[in-house]
Design a protein. Structure first.
Length: 143
């Protein structure tokens, strides 16, 4: 009788483990599908703002319009200014300010180049234009 009980217990345990593995695999597949759908939905739900022409055009704009301050040149100042600004619903640049300062006139030069940037394509949330806060590093190098 003991042997029969052990065989039944072993069979029940094996069946339960097999069902658990099958259920776990099924649930994992469902979760993966949901996550995949969520990622697709997120991509469609939010669109980041973009500079007209892309990153290369933005780099070109900054290189052509950034004036290296004489005071910074005379003192050998190099480094980065981080500018904080908002891309409005219409793509215009608003509320421009310095987040990380370098000094020697570099902050003012970086502010000027960002304030005068052409409009961007605005951020979108579920197909509607929204205002988005941005931060942009402006590099100063004498090389």
């Amino acid at each position: 009788m003991k042997a029969f009980m052990i065989i039944i217990f072993a069979a029940f345990t094996t069946l339960t483990v097999a069902q658990s593995k099958a259920t776990a695999n099924h649930i994992s597949k469902e979760i993966a599908a949901l996550n995949s759908n969520d990622k697709d939905t997120e991509k469609k739900a939010f669109v980041f703002p973009a500079y007209q022409g892309g990153k290369k055009a933005l780099s070109t704009y900054i290189a052509q319009n950034l004036d290296y301050p004489d005071l910074a040149k005379e003192n050998g100042i190099e480094g980065m200014v981080i500018i904080e600004f908002y891309i409005a619903e219409d793509g215009s640049i608003e509320k421009v300010g310095v987040d990380k300062s370098l000094g020697f006139g570099c902050d003012e030069a970086a502010l000027k180049v960002v304030k005068h940037m052409p409009s961007w394509s605005p951020a979108q949330l579920r197909g509607k234009n929204i205002t988005k806060k941005m931060k942009m590093p402006i590099y100063f190098s004498l090389r």
